[in-house]
Design a protein around this ligand. Structure first.
Ligand code: 1HE
Length: 265
């Protein structure tokens, strides 16, 4: 029993294995995993708990044939929100996605089908994106008379650059396959994204937790700083991580030639 088992989740599922790999599942396949307000709250609760639950890596996957169709458009229509209400909702999306990006726990997304609108905002908050042949990426907000509200202006622009993001939003341009990899929307393109995401999660979980914590929080924080401050912060993080007791055995293995070498074959 972990802290994760106690969370009241309906639209998400979570299961942690004996190695500390947590599989988080988007569970609204009948709605193409569209993000309603309740799901966003579940993401906040779950990713608030994960860093303190002994999780070494997360695989984020989806039920059904689409990863996530973005904002729940039907809920949004019916709720007839005021500007202030929608802004408050967006702040909850940001809370959820910031919990993920800055968590310090590596999150690997297994993508398939639609990764669109807010679904792409969700995917861009994880640390590694794995796509399969069915996966496609789009920002259809422009066509819907909407604007991104879940951090795409920050994270999607970071991945693909401002010009491509503007093109995606104005024209509804869809990226998939090798082109999606080449523009930076995903890092892996494979036959089975779930199997690959799990393989990556297991490899990543073999790193020291402190090094993973730094990689999956410090880099994002440093991107928000001036170069001068980021360099200072980097030296502090390296001071802590690079002197950790858990690294000594790995350094000794390199020194006595039993440790793996970094070679391409
Ligand atoms: C939905 C949603 C949704 C499906 N909100 N209910 N996102 C979009 O513009 C994408 C909208 N969705 C689609 O284009 C298509 O649904 C898909 C290409 C993803 C899948 O197509 P398909 O043929 O498999 O499914 P479908 O028949 O369109 O939908 C099946 C059901 O899922 C149906 O519900 P039902 O009760 O009638 O069975 C749909 O209503 C439901 N569904 N997508 C609500 N998005 C913080 S701001 C972020 C702004 C955005 O994210 S804008 C982009 C929104």
């Amino acid at each position: 029993m972990t802290a994760l088992d106690d969370l009241p989740l309906t639209n998400l599922g979570v299961a942690m294995d004996a190695d500390g790999i947590a599989t988080v599942t988007l569970n609204r396949a009948d709605k193409r995993n569209a993000l309603n307000a309740a799901t966003v709250e579940e993401l906040v609760a779950l990713f608030s708990a994960i860093p303190r639950a002994g999780v070494r890596a997360v695989v984020l996957r989806a039920e059904g044939s689409h990863f996530c169709a973005g904002l729940d458009l039907v809920e949004h229509l019916n709720a007839d929100r005021t500007p202030a209400e929608f802004m408050q909702l967006c702040l909850r999306w940001h809370e959820a996605f910031n919990k993920m990006e800055y968590s310090g726990v590596p999150i690997i997304a297994a993508l398939k089908g639609a990764v669109v609108g807010g679904g792409l905002e969700l995917a861009s908050a994880v640390h590694i994106r794995v796509a399969d042949a069915t996966t496609y990426f789009a920002l259809p907000e422009g066509q819907r008379g909407l604007f991104t509200g879940g951090g795409a202006t920050i994270r999607v622009a970071d991945l693909v650059g401002k010009a491509r993001m503007i093109d995606m939003m104005l024209t509804g341009r869809i990226y998939k396959g090798a082109e999606a990899v080449s523009v930076g929307l995903c890092q892996y393109l494979v036959d089975d994204s779930e199997a690959k995401a799990m393989e990556i999660a297991r490899a990543v979980a073999a790193n020291t937790p402190l090094a993973n914590f730094a990689v999956c929080s410090a880099i994002s924080h440093m991107q928000n700083m001036s170069a001068l401050d980021a360099a200072y912060a980097e030296s502090m993080v390296a001071g802590i991580v690079n002197t950790q007791a858990q690294a000594r055995g790995r350094l000794a293995a390199f020194a006595d030639k039993t440790g793996a070498r970094v070679r391409p074959d």
